[in-house]
Design a protein around this ligand. Structure first.
Ligand code: FRU
Length: 545
């Protein structure tokens, strides 16, 4: 049909044509059981441009997305409906809804109207379940005479019965927190500023309550460490809210995107775990951490409402401002990450203290994608330098698969000056010069990914498309033979690879580009050191729709 698919992902949200960046207005419709995702959208060409609108896509399973057209447009052509969020106004606090709109579909969007020299906050509401929106006549609802004041993410604060919005005062490194009874009148409550990794500017903040999952077994505790035998906090670490013996059921997480100037270059998403009392956010420590250690995970946002009302599910834009407009797709650009479910996990870096980590695992309907698709497994294979393990996926590959890989490390067989690595070469079906290499190196304790052998032309032309990326890994558990094991779950969807380590304690999202129709269908496993690694398990499941 003449459409350029350029290895368009199958199970990730992409725009039908044109340009996409940040996810916006994510909400779950409990009436029609539909996930709604909006996004920064310039339909004309596959570059960012004005007028910038909100595109809209819906999904019943967070797996297959259906485009439903533009939902919000700015009223001037020289301007943009910049990023923002949606809430469900069940109790009609705004007065926008009459009895004919089901309470579960009373959605209000809050977004930034960006015009030359000015950024103000607007609201719009929908009376047709989120497909079209009516602008509030008295917009803007917030104007502080600033040109870098954007990306409102609204949440409902149960205890004070108020709407709470976090807005980035970008180049002042401030997140401004406002409250409102009705989404229209906003009162400034506090500012959370100069925290974490500042980079050049703050964007897309978001505050959400996340459940704390007790480590009921050793799964989330590094193998060589002991978890305290109670689930109480006994550390001075919790400097504000908690005293000895308190138990934590849930905590507030402040998400924050910073760009440019992330540690890997360009865009990065960080988070703080802390408490929110309805007016102020207080992080438990000033420390920040990254939501994802890859190069293509930005502007993360959570869904307002989830089916059980408690889960925290969200997704991010899977690209990076450094090269997003140059990547080798043509008629469309960018995809979202797979949706992820977030929990806070306790772990014990030493027996005296408990630390908290934000874990994430993917949420999608895997079962619906495995019918008639091939699967390869291998287990308990000790790797040797001179004999690679070769695995083949089916010939008519879809370019989409997931895998579980667990390996153990025998660190007694190498010295500090060795490069003690093993690698999976994920090789293209039509052109074996295009491959992705992932693996682990014992001396650095890090998992690595090399995407430098994907579309070589693009990689060599673009100085920012970092080829080698890595993340340090804690062991997952100690095996009976005393060796430490490590674990990764990966999803590959044509030109996107998402890795989840040790049941989600770390994630890493990266784009790669093979030439059109060249899909991964071979896996070679190689090592640089004899008898150092044992593949405890590798299973690869091809996926298709
Ligand atoms: C983040 C961002 C937002 C802004 C939007 C514009 O990627 O720069 O701060 O609202 O993109 O498209």
């Amino acid at each position: 049909d003449g459409t350029d698919h350029s290895n368009r992902p199958l199970i990730h949200l992409t725009p039908d044509k044109g340009w996409m960046n940040d996810p916006n207005g994510l909400w779950y419709d409990a009436k029609d059981e539909l996930w709604h995702a909006y996004y920064q959208y310039y339909p004309e060409v596959a570059h960012w441009g004005r007028p910038l609108a909100w595109g809209h896509s819906v999904s019943s399973d967070l797996t297959i997305w259906n485009d439903t057209g533009v939902a919000i447009r700015p009223h001037r052509n020289d301007s943009g409906a910049y990023s923002g969020s949606m809430v469900i106004d069940y109790n009609n606090t705004s007065g926008f809804f009459n009895g004919s709109v089901d309470p579960r579909q009373r959605v209000i969007a809050m977004w930034t109207f960006d015009s030359p020299g000015s950024e103000t906050q607007h609201i719009s509401y929908s009376v047709d379940g989120g497909y079209t929106f009516i602008d509030y006549e008295q917009n803007p609802v917030l104007d502080i005479n600033e040109s870098n004041f954007r990306d409102p993410k609204v949440t409902w604060h149960e205890e004070t019965s108020k709407w709470i919005v976090t807005i980035a005062h970008s180049q002042k490194f401030e997140i401004l927190i406002y409250s409102s009874p009705d989404m229209k009148d906003w009162t400034l409550e506090s500012s959370f500023s100069h925290s974490g990794f500042l980079a050049f500017q703050y964007e897309c903040p978001g505050l959400v309550k996340v459940p704390v999952v007790k480590a009921s077994n050793n799964d989330y505790v590094p193998a060589n460490l002991t978890y305290p035998n109670s689930t109480t906090y006994n550390s001075s670490y919790f400097n504000t809210t908690f005293s000895q013996g308190d138990e934590l059921e849930e905590a507030w997480v402040m998400f924050l995107s910073v760009n440019p100037g992330g540690p890997l270059g360009g865009s990065v998403n960080e988070y703080f775990i802390g408490d929110f009392n309805g007016t102020h956010f207080t992080p438990f420590t000033p420390q920040t951490r990254f939501v994802d250690f890859g190069k293509d995970f930005y502007a993360f946002q959570t869904f307002f409402n989830t089916p059980n009302g408690k889960d925290v599910i969200g997704l991010a834009w899977a690209s990076n401002w450094q090269y997003c407009e140059a990547v080798p797709t043509r008629s469309w650009r960018s995809s979202m990450s797979i949706a992820r479910n977030f929990t806070i996990q306790e772990y014990a870096p030493n027996p005296e203290s408990v630390e908290l980590n934000l874990n994430s695992m993917p949420v999608y309907d895997r079962e619906s994608l495995i019918a008639n698709q091939s699967r390869i497994t291998t287990h308990n294979r000790t790797l040797e330098k001179n004999s690679a393990i070769h695995l083949n996926l089916s010939n008519n590959g879809t370019g989409v698969f997931d895998f579980n890989l667990t390996w153990s490390l025998n660190s007694s067989v190498y010295t500090n000056s060795d490069v003690a690595e093993f690698s999976l070469y994920l090789i293209g079906s039509d052109n074996s010069e295009e491959y992705l290499r992932i693996g682990y190196e014992g001396n650095s304790g890090a998992f690595f990914l090399d995407r430098g052998h994907s579309d070589v032309d693009f990689v060599s032309r673009n100085p920012f498309f970092t080829d080698k990326l890595s993340t340090y890994l804690e062991p997952y558990e100690t095996l009976e033979n005393g060796l430490n094991s490590y674990k990764v779950y990966g999803i590959v969807d044509r030109n996107l690879i998402e890795l989840f380590f040790n049941d989600g304690s770390e994630a890493m999202t990266n784009l790669f580009f093979f030439s059109d129709g060249n899909y991964i269908n071979e896996v070679d496993i190689r090592t640089s050191i004899d008898h150092c690694y044992n593949i405890e398990e590798l299973s690869i499941q091809q996926l298709g729709i």
